[in-house]
Design a protein around this ligand. Sequence first.
Ligand SMILES: [Zn+2]
Length: 400
Amino acid sequence: MSNTSQHLDVAAAEEHLMRFLSVEGVTGHEANIAAAVTDALQKVGVPASAIRFDDANKRIPLPTETGNLIVDIPGTRPGPRLLFSTHLDTVPLCAGARPRREGDRIVSDGTTALGGDARTGVAVLVVVAETLIKHKLPHPPITLLFTVREESGLHGARELNPAELGGPVMCINVDGQSASDLIIGAVGQENWEVEIRGRASHAGVAPDKGISATMVGAMGLAEAKRAGWFGKVVKDDGRGTSNVGIFGGKDGKPAGDATNVVTDYAFIRGEARSPEAAFAKQIAEGYKEAFGKAKAAVVDHEGDTAEVSFSYATSYPPFRLDEDSAVVGRATRALKALGIEPNLLFSNGGLDANWLDKHGIPTITIGAGQAEIHTIKEYVNLPEFEKGCRIGVLMATLED
Ligand SMILES: [Zn+2]
């Protein structure tokens, strides 16, 4: 069998990438980049009638300019439908990015991140469509999915209605770094928060009449650490990680606003991650118990305690593909056709793949040259981008 990726037009692929990197589209503001993608797809021969938006943005609890962009490419041979996905949005640090080429890299001007996460993926999906159409390569029916608000909580993938996708048997998500890496699973995450309502009193005149919310919070965190629930968590029942993100007061202000008043309110927010959904919840429960102990330990002169309300909710579920599954097999064949030895990885961060897998579509995540993401040192590694494009074309065209 000939290697279909020989049809890749590398210069055209890099032009697409450069164009998409130059269009601002931070998370929640994806309308312009979606328009640029729509335009590029039409120019390579995808009819306007095959391009549409879903209404996921109506269900996302944060203002979001558009729904997910979904594109149908009819098969030129029979076979089970394939889904290719990536995300349209970039992190806010990418605002104002000015991409420029430097050797075999694309870099920013050093004042912003670049947005190769995930504009490399956006370019790969367009390049796959272009290569298939231009060279009339035989391929099964394909759906392209460009999600919104990945960077602010995987919202587009979460709120996606899988029935919109035409029944794909597997998904190739392009949102990784090295082309040799195949991400076959990722942790799940619980977000927890606690509100502590103490009682104010004059700290000099009547400290015993107050109940310090700050002290309850601090002692709760110390207890969570003592009990082994903070940072890297290793227990008989499982393993995971946790962190404390915000320790403050109402409306983003500090907890307390004067040293002479016993603090009456504190708010703390954190996260817990694990490869096992149940264990991520168990970590959150560990924090709950710790704040319960802290509550009992901080009393006023009459033995009253603070009101502590603790809650947690799933941010995204974990997943792990079977190494013998069809999607891992197909990706492995694509890499090997390019002489690349696959490196199967489990991610400690969530991806759109977590939700796509939850929606019943086994999803592998491949890399196409993102590097140093979410920092002002971000760049795109062009040789890896080219390999990512080739893997995309091969994944679309391999025999089943
Ligand atoms: Zn990404």
